[in-house]
Design a protein around this ligand. Structure first.
Ligand code: AMP
Length: 377
């Protein structure tokens, strides 16, 4: 019997545990919150990520450790790695935790990024704005997710307000990219180096939070291959084991690297029903050193996130092709509480189902950009 320990007990850990159960894999999750939703399906250890004795006891109680949350302190990941195998390795985690290190690595590996500059002082910010211009986005180098720790500068007169909002921690300023679309590569690498990608996913965000994903994206083959190639270079360079997401902007037909998530990712949730093997199952297989499963598409799929609160379940459950995921969390503004994936073999069927669902759960705005993409406009 294998037991996987997961640092972080949110919905990602929960879906990992659900995917691992049929494989006979047990899960133990560590989270600071006694209500962590993975605790409903796996054994939960309540402790702080910085509690060294608790981390050591946790490491000693499992066969391998992975993450549902990447902002675990690097020293804590190292301390766990001294006792038990940790995948992805703490070095890869450290790069993905720091936007500056991440973007610098992207460039080294031949992936262009939006112009960026490190900002540590008010004077650095003024110099960075003078070089990069506006609109631009100021981001914390660490601990940012779901649009948190970001401030958009519309003109040079915003410098003081941006500095007031975020100054005092290491920052990075980026050019604001008026992208045609956002896409992500969901990829997995096994302990033996086997590397696979799922079909390219197109994503839409609202208020910095993922709102909808569509797979496969209609990118031309050359662009998709380039995205897959850089993901592979990144995985090999970091000696990465497990699933990760590479988030990209497409501007004037060109790829720009935004960020890498060193874990299973929200834009890969559609793989549960839409691919032969889900991102969650393949992550479990990868960290255990098992052969990876096929990442082939089963059917075109659309994932809609439920942020803040869930809609009524019945209209979703009664919609052919729709699958309901309730994370067992209490509602809160900006919190991801569930999702639905509509997976249907015919793109026409997908359009009809999405239109109908958008009406029935009153989410016309959320489905509108996906419908536009499916109809090629
Ligand atoms: P991030 O946490 O960096 O992934 O940012 C969340 C979302 O904000 C992205 O998925 C984009 O939709 C948007 N965003 C972030 N950085 C930029 C940028 N430099 N230009 C345009 N949009 C951005």
């Amino acid at each position: 019997m294998n037991t996987i320990g997961v640092l972080g007990g949110g919905q990602l850990a929960r879906m990992l545990a659900l995917a691992g159960a049929p494989l006979g894999v047990r899960f133990r999750v560590l989270d600071q919150n006694p209500d962590a939703c993975a605790g409903q399906v796996a054994s939960l250890v309540v402790a702080d990520y910085a509690d060294e004795p608790a981390l050591a006891a946790f490491a000693d109680s499992v066969d391998v450790v992975t993450f549902d949350f990447e902002n675990v302190p690097a020293w804590a990941a190292q301390a766990v790695a001294a006792r038990v195998p940790v995948y992805p390795n703490p070095g890869a985690l450290a790069v993905a935790q720091d936007r500056l290190a991440e973007k610098t690595l992207f460039e080294t590996l031949g992936l262009a990024t939006p112009d960026f500059a490190a900002v540590d002082t008010r004077a650095d910010l003024a110099a960075a704005v003078a070089r990069i211009g506006t609109p631009s986005v100021l981001k914390t180098r660490r601990l940012g997710y779901d649009g948190k720790g970001q401030w958009r500068l519309r003109s040079t007169t915003d410098i003081d307000a941006a500095w007031q909002a975020l100054g005092g921690v290491p920052l990075v300023l980026e050019r604001f990219v008026p992208f045609e679309r956002e896409i992500s590569v969901i990829a997995v690498r096994g302990r033996d180096g086997d590397f696979r990608t799922w079909p390219l996913t197109r994503n839409w965000h609202r208020d910095g939070i993922l709102s909808a994903s569509l797979a496969p994206d209609a990118a031309d083959a050359a662009l998709a291959n380039e995205a897959f190639m850089v993901a592979r270079r990144l995985a090999e360079h970091l000696d990465y084991v497990g699933v990760f997401a590479l988030e990209l902007f497409v501007e004037d037909g060109r790829l720009l690297g935004n960020e890498m998530a060193p874990r299973v990712h929200n834009s890969g949730h559609w793989t549960i029903e839409g691919a032969e093997t889900s991102q969650f199952e393949n992550h479990v297989r990868a960290v255990l050193g098992w052969p990876l499963g096929s990442t082939t598409l089963r059917a075109p799929s659309v994932m809609l996130n439920f942020v803040g609160a869930l809609p009524e379940a019945t209209p979703v459950l009664s919609q052919p092709g729709a699958h309901w995921h309730d994370y067992g969390k209490s509602p809160r503004v900006g919190r991801k509480v569930g999702h639905t994936t509509i997976s249907l073999p015919s793109p026409m069927g997908l359009v009809a189902a999405l239109e109908s669902l958008g009406e029935r759960i009153d989410r016309r705005e959320q489905v509108a950009p996906v419908l536009a993409a499916l109809s090629g406009s």
